[in-house]
Design a protein around this ligand. Structure first.
Ligand SMILES: *Cc1c(COP(=O)(O)O)cnc(C)c1O
Length: 360
């Protein structure tokens, strides 16, 4: 069986080394020493001044929306994971979709302005598959209309844009460190901002709003993460270069094998580095995509229709809205298996099945 992704696990002993310390200190959660160490290590690794390790990427999105005090409408992409949209609704705001660019699969900046009304407070865009949005165009629109910008960078760990972390753009960026993501702490997330006052606010919000044992600075929630999760994050950190190299090799092999398949891979931002988090392929037609999907399934290879269907048509708590580009692409895209333990031979096998389906 070949799944679409498989979590990376560090050598068991290296995780257990961190766990011994937890037993010695008997400090399990609530901003413990491993959480602090992970935050410092990630700031250094990513070249960032301010970030917080939180429970997961979804709470990270909610902290971002809450701490910016957003109200009314938030313009967002229909081509993302459900949490991008549901967090907006959960925080009492209304998502307004702008269609995507068919090449990058990110929100089409040229379609944002038409969606702005007097109730718009922010833009929440996803760096889809880790590929940076057109941050310059988005910032220009935000400045012109006095809007805040949040980036859902759940897929974008380690990506650099114009020589700095992609998380360094917008008012706040978030990342997910879930087990299925490129780099993980089992469950986990990050909020990142260049604004120290905003970071302080989110730090209070992460811990019920406490600023002392009997006093509160903010309204808060429980978005803390534990020493055990931080331990996994720390243990995985040193394998990032290995993981990157392996995924790059597999990606390049897919590119070579699939170059005659009718379709395309998303166009990456020309000034950004790649993190090889996913291998998306947009087939020429839904028919070809589904034939490949089924043929792979018959040999127990599980590609994923990621993201299908469009968030603008599938959520029971939102009115359906037509998004012609997203509706079309969502039907034709498959993410092919890509993970550390996948072999080049398996990429060969998957690619040959796709070629055989196309040529039949
Ligand atoms: C995974 C993901 C999230 C949610 O992150 P969790 O850590 O699973 O809560 C949000 N947005 C996108 C685009 C994701 O892929």
């Amino acid at each position: 069986m070949i799944p679409v992704t498989e979590p990376f696990l560090p050598p068991r002993e290296e995780y257990i080394d961190y766990i011994h310390g937890i037993w010695e200190r008997n400090w399990l959660t609530n901003n413990g020493p491993l959480v602090n160490r992970l935050e410092l290590s990630l700031k250094e690794y990513l070249g960032l001044n301010h970030l917080l390790f939180v429970s997961n990427g979804t709470l990270a999105l909610q902290l971002a929306i809450k701490s910016l005090g957003l109200k009314g409408e938030i313009i967002t992409t229909p081509f993302s994971f459900v949490a991008t949209t549901s967090s907006i609704v959960w925080e009492g705001c209304t998502p307004v979709f702008a269609d995507i660019d068919p090449k990058s699969l990110n929100i089409d900046a040229s379609k944002i302005e038409a969606a702005i009304t007097e109730n718009t407070s922010a833009i929440l865009a996803t760096h889809v598959y880790g590929n940076p949005c057109d941050v310059e165009a988005i910032q220009k629109i935000a400045d012109k209309h006095g809007l805040k910008v949040i980036y859902d960078g759940a897929h974008a760990f380690g990506v650099e844009l114009r020589g700095k972390s992609v998380f360094d753009y917008g008012n706040i960026s978030i990342c997910s460190l879930h087990a299925t993501k490129l780099y993980h702490s089992i469950e986990g997330g990050l909020v990142i901002t260049g604004d120290p006052a905003l970071l302080r606010k989110m730090a209070y919000m992460r811990n019920f709003g406490f600023d002392g044992p009997e006093s509160f600075a903010e309204m808060g929630i429980n978005a803390k993460n534990s020493e055990f999760h931080a331990a996994m994050g720390l243990a995985n950190l040193k394998y990032l270069p290995d993981i990157h190299e392996k995924r790059k090799l597999l990606t390049e092999h897919y590119h070579k094998m699939l170059k005659n398949v009718k379709g395309y891979t998303p166009q990456w931002h020309p000034q950004a580095t790649m993190n090889y988090a996913y291998y998306p392929f947009v087939f020429e037609s839904e028919k070809l995509a589904m034939k490949c999907f089924e043929a792979l399934k018959r040999i127990e290879v599980f590609a994923r229709r990621y993201f299908y269907p469009s968030l603008s048509s599938v959520l029971p708590y939102l009115p359906a809205k037509e998004m012609p580009v997203t509706d079309d692409i969502a039907k034709r895209v498959l993410c092919l298996p890509l993970y550390y333990d996948l072999s080049l031979e398996e990429v060969d096998l998957i690619s040959r099945v796709i070629l055989r389906v196309q040529n039949n």
